[in-house]
Write a protein that binds this ligand. Structure first.
Ligand SMILES: NC(=O)c1ccc[n+]([C@@H]2O[C@H](COP(=O)([O-])OP(=O)(O)OC[C@H]3O[C@@H](n4cnc5c(N)ncnc54)[C@H](OP(=O)(O)O)[C@@H]3O)[C@@H](O)[C@H]2O)c1
Length: 322
């Protein structure tokens, strides 16, 4: 009991045992306990969500760029311990690499991994997905969760090949996930509920941000953030080229461009201002920026960029139809 509480009780006893303070106030310990109870209720939701992973074993089928980035992400953040992770790949070298780097268990047997685990992350290329699904289908049971990161492979396709009512969550990540600044779109399949979505969301949030979308929006996500890093690389490449054409060394041009792109993104994220407002702020009438932007507008740069992203979405739709 805190000193204040004792003082309060003594005072109240002297007054004849009245439990309420004059003026209607409650004793300090009652208020404190109420505060603590409110705090623990507030904490319960994330705590419960963490438990979703704590009791599970997870298999990664395919340990290439994405698979290994995700394994490092979930282990590094403490979402799961290494003794609960089992990794498969057809390349023994990849398995040796991840075993040495992360201390996880590995096997070349996909069926064994599925049998031993509760969450199955499919991180193989889309072309081999059907083969992998057919291989594991009779050891997949309805109480397992399938998380697929394969581009263009629909939840419907996975459910159909597995021939059972199994929860599937589909994720569309992007390469910056390799440096923990990824952006993923996520959608549940027919048999996946909120809990399964949360499990997948928690995994992906270890390597970046996650946006939940209906499955029909995944082609747009693929076009925007999936392919997006390539558009930005292209812009970076072109700006470096411009710097060099104007006489700067490649090294100086690269340093200036990289930092400019990073700075511009940080300004958008940290100021909360729209890119249009920020653009207007650096565009003084008759100035240098205006000269460049005017040229881009005349050449229809924005329209071209928007059309290009839409092309990517059309291609994504075509690919997911097979
Ligand atoms: N990388 C990205 O930026 C990115 C972005 C969005 C989505 N994705 C999706 O993420 C998935 C993985 O991409 P990734 O870049 O990580 O590919 P990756 O580096 O090629 O990794 C896939 C690994 O799976 C192995 N593999 C092939 N068949 C297998 C089988 N039957 N069983 C077990 N392992 C097998 C591959 O071996 P082999 O090399 O010998 O085939 C390779 O080591 C793809 O479906 C892709 O669409 C990737």
């Amino acid at each position: 009991m805190k000193q204040n509480d004792e003082k309060w009780l003594k005072k109240e006893r002297r007054k004849g045992g009245e439990r309420r303070r004059p003026g209607g106030g409650r004793p300090p310990f009652v208020e404190r306990r109420k505060r603590e109870r409110r705090k623990s209720l507030y904490n319960m939701v994330p705590e419960e969500k963490r438990n979703l992973w704590r009791e599970k074993r997870v298999a990664f089928i395919g340990c290439g760029n994405m698979g290994s980035a995700l394994i490092s992400g979930i282990l590094g953040s403490g979402l799961i311990s290494k003794d609960k992770v089992l990794v498969t790949d057809i390349r023994p070298k990849r398995l040796e690499y991840i075993r040495k780097k992360e201390g996880v268990s590995t096997t070349e047997n996909n069926r064994e991994a599925v049998e031993k685990c509760d969450i199955i992350v499919l991180a193989v290329k889309p072309q081999v997905m059907e083969r992998v699904l057919s291989e594991i289908k009779d050891v997949v049971t309805g109480d397992k969760l399938i998380i697929s990161i394969a581009a263009g492979i629909t939840t419907g396709f996975i459910e159909k090949v597995l021939e059972k009512e199994v929860p599937v969550v589909r994720v569309m990540p992007n390469t910056p996930a390799l440096v923990k600044t990824g952006a993923s779109g996520l959608c549940p399949g027919k048999y996946a509920g909120e809990e399964e979505e949360t499990v997948a969301e928690q995994m992906m949030s270890r390597v970046g941000i996650v946006v939940k979308v209906p499955e029909e929006m995944l082609d747009a996500v693929t076009a925007l953030s999936g392919s997006g890093p390539a558009y930005i690389f292209y812009i970076i490449e072109s700006l470096i080229e411009a710097g060099m054409e104007m006489g700067l060394s490649e090294d100086d041009a690269r340093k200036l461009v990289n930092q400019t792109v990073l700075g511009a993104v940080n300004m958008v994220m940290e100021t909360g201002e729209s890119p249009q407002v920020l653009r207007h702020k650096v565009t003084s009438p008759g100035g240098t920026t205006e000269a460049a932007l005017k040229y881009l507008e005349e050449k229809g740069f924005q329209k071209i960029l928007i059309a290009a992203v839409k092309e990517a979405a059309i291609r994504s739709k075509e690919l997911s139809k097979g």
